[in-house]
Design a protein around this ligand. Sequence first.
Ligand code: ZN
Length: 221
Amino acid sequence: MLKKDKALVVFSGGQDSTTCLFWALERYESVETVTFHYGQRHDAELECARAICKEVGVTQHELDMTLLSQLAPNALTDQDTEITQEAGALPNTFVPGRNLLFFSFAGVLARQIGAKHIITGVSETDFSGYPDCRDDFVKSLNVTLNLAMDETLVIRTPLMWLDKAEVWELSDELGKFEYVQEKTLTCYNGIPASGCGTCPSCELRARGLETYLRKKQVEQI
Ligand code: ZN
């Protein structure tokens, strides 16, 4: 494939956005990342994101979005709040307006650095029903951003219809399975790689990995 264009990857250092980063590096001539600070529970997340960008050799932009936790205190930023999800309700890790703000700022930055494509790892499939991870929302915001700035930016969501097992499969296809397994941080308790093993995020990641490895084994027989 002939590489052209520049892409901006919305990057947190987790499994999904790291897979997106490698996906983008295969497709675009030039790739940069944007990482948002919003008062994460753990500095480890930001350090992990920085370390990956440095290792991979991409320019990382960091934007301060701590006003988000000022507006809406939530379990992702408040150390004392336990992460919970009641049946039929959004988990308390949901931050109202988060992706609306993040993607809007990513759009402004993309325009500024001359990136036509914005890549994000949001997914409808496995992700607790967050409304701002849905395809409709992303498409709607894409139109709004272009109207707001008279631009032709494209928000791309390579993981939108993949479950966690398929995200592992994609990282394997990209030749980055081990890297994603060892270097990323998805755990709500700030522990890299396979994490604490008990938080909802670790459970989702581990279940996906198990499913993928089982599938791979069957295919190899
Ligand atoms: Zn965990």
